[in-house]
Design a protein around this ligand. Structure first.
Ligand SMILES: C[C@@H]1N[C@@H](C#Cc2ccccc2)[C@H](O)[C@@H]1O
Length: 439
């Protein structure tokens, strides 16, 4: 390996209590909210097929028309307590809120720019009441922050001239000021979720970003920052020149998931997922495939089975309403979590042979093995191969199904588990297995 000044600061997973809490979340909520929710994927009667929060980059939408939207930002329906209650009922343990997306509009009254809620008709802090409401529900709050800022005059995607360099110094100072401001305004935040850090101009700021990360961590000890914030001095992102993880967890799983434990390289990670194919901000007209709650539950369980967290995105509309499709997802995921959450919370990877019927998760607190069945076998029997030295002490079918499990040893340490007759095959079921180690 090579010596790096601005590479990864730690080998292996963080072992402190705050990261231990993060590791056991299982399920989170992402909220993308901002000016882009006002046009909601349409402008001047035309449909924007891109991601709604990127509508400013669409040629059919004049940039100044977008930049004037703050003058009509006045979400009368905004009700952070209702949002937090809904997230609680869904079973979310943490929430990530866009304080500032790529457009640069701040949902908090930043003293470093006029492009914020303070200059809108709404003229109140959005973030503060949201943090309070989610804290009150016991849901940890993380602040999303886009380094890329299309509104700031000093922002550059690349540095080509002396003027660029000078302007960018001002942008770096602005960025640092806003981040320290967010940590000062909302000290209960548990971490920062960075985005918009792929520009060459930012990638070249390894020393500045490294120092800023250290400074933020000193402001809130234990602060959790993912791999997307900064690059090393060779421009390597997420993983430094030696292949070591930058930050505290891998942040590369955006709208995609690992398939095998080898894909996560022994790191903590989160997967952030949209309900439609690719809409984070509110789009009034979703096209293409919209994921069902069962699909999202399967992704959540798969994430837990591979030592990761799963985060479902919500995009409230321009008035602050949660759209019906997302409310239905929250309701259905919550109903499943009500009786099956022990297979997700505090759970991680179990090194048993992967079976076709679904996923194993291991509850780190109870030691129980959870079998979460998504693909019902035609035989009605689940094959379970138990590693040498492990004995099954008992199996319970949890959740609304109930019923006893037939256990038949078909080979040494290999069993068929029979699902009770009448098991509802339209929902994933969870079997909780108590095991004892040792012959
Ligand atoms: C978490 C997600 N990251 C943002 C992005 C992006 C992006 C930008 C360029 C190419 C592909 C993806 C999306 O707007 C959303 O905030």
């Amino acid at each position: 390996s090579v010596t790096l000044e601005h590479g990864s600061k730690r080998l292996g997973k963080r072992t402190d209590p705050m990261m231990g809490v993060w590791r056991n979340y299982g399920l989170g909520q992402f909220i993308h909210w901002g000016l882009y929710a006002i046009p909601g994927g349409h402008w001047d009667g035309k449909y924007y097929s891109g991601a709604a929060e990127w509508i400013r980059s669409w040629n059919e939408m004049p940039k100044n028309a977008y930049d004037e939207l703050y003058k009509v930002f006045d979400p009368k329906a905004y009700d952070p307590k209702a949002w937090a209650k809904q997230a609680k009922d869904m079973g979310a343990k943490y929430m990530i809120i866009t304080t500032k997306h790529h457009d640069g509009f701040c949902l908090w009254p930043s003293q470093y720019t006029d492009y914020s809620v303070a200059k809108s008709p709404y003229n109140k802090d959005i973030i503060g009441p949201m943090v309070e409401a989610y804290d009150a529900e016991g849901i940890d709050v993380y602040l999303y922050f886009s380094v890329m800022d299309w509104n700031h005059p000093g922002y550059r995607s690349k540095l080509e001239t002396k003027e660029d360099e000078e302007a960018y110094e001002g942008f770096k100072e602005f960025t640092r000021n806003q981040l320290l401001e967010l940590l000062a305004f909302y000290p209960s935040t548990k971490g920062l979720w960075f985005d918009g850090t792929w520009d060459q101009a930012w990638i070249q700021q390894a020393a500045f970003a490294d120092e800023l990360e250290e400074e933020m961590r000193s402001v809130i000890p234990g602060l959790i920052i993912g791999s997307r914030f900064r690059a090393d001095e060779n421009g390597k992102r997420h993983f430094d020149t030696n292949g070591d993880l930058m930050g505290d967890y891998e942040q590369g799983w955006e709208r995609k998931m690992p398939n095998r434990i080898e894909d996560v390289n022994g790191n903590d990670w989160d997967c952030v997922m949209t309900v439609p194919e690719n809409q984070w901000g509110y789009h009034s007209d979703w096209k293409g495939h919209v994921k069902s709650s069962v699909e999202l539950i399967e992704m959540m369980v798969k994430a837990a089975s591979l030592d990761g967290n799963f985060v479902i995105n919500f995009g409230p509309d321009g008035q602050g309403n949660i759209r019906p499709e997302e409310s239905l997802i929250a309701k259905e995921v919550g109903e499943w979590m009500e009786s099956n959450a022990e297979a997700v919370y505090d759970c991680g990877y179990l090194d048993w042979e992967k079976q076709d019927w679904g996923y194993y998760t291991r509850n780190r607190k109870t030691g129980n093995v959870n079998l979460v069945v998504f693909n019902y076998p035609a035989s009605g029997k689940l094959r379970v191969k138990v590693p040498k030295g492990i004995k099954i002490q008992g199996i319970d079918l949890i959740g609304t199904n109930g019923g006893t499990i037939d256990l038949e040893e078909i080979h040494r340490d290999e069993y068929f588990l029979g699902l009770p007759k009448g098991t509802d095959h339209t929902k994933p079921v969870v079997l909780v297995m108590k095991i004892v180690e040792g012959d």
